[in-house]
Design a protein around this ligand. Sequence first.
Ligand code: ZN
Length: 135
Amino acid sequence: MAFFDKLGDLAKNIGDKTTDAIETGKLNSKIGSETAAAAAQLQKVGEFYYAKFAAGEQVSPEALEFCQAAAAHYAAAEKAQAEIDRIRAENDAARAASSAVAAPPRSAAGPACTSCGAVNAPGTRFCGSCGAKLR
Ligand SMILES: [Zn+2]
């Protein structure tokens, strides 16, 4: 009888462990979501003080230090964005300049092929490059 009692205890033990594992998993998940929610609230605290700082209001010396550091990071991000804008503008200008050079004035040349883009001699009926009929 003692043997079966032990078996029963063992089964109960395993069952308890499984229940514990499920419960622990749920609790770990709760810890994760509650910690994330707290972090989101703390971020709001930071944004609250930063808005005061940005508006020129007085903030405590401790908060001021963090706000100044954040402002320096925002400034660095803005500088990087300005650099991106400058590079894009340069590329756009270069592209516009090269396309202006590449396209010869139509009056001096013949018809441009609608199929391959080659410029043909005036009066040509078929593209000298790809053979397509010219309009
Ligand atoms: Zn062609």
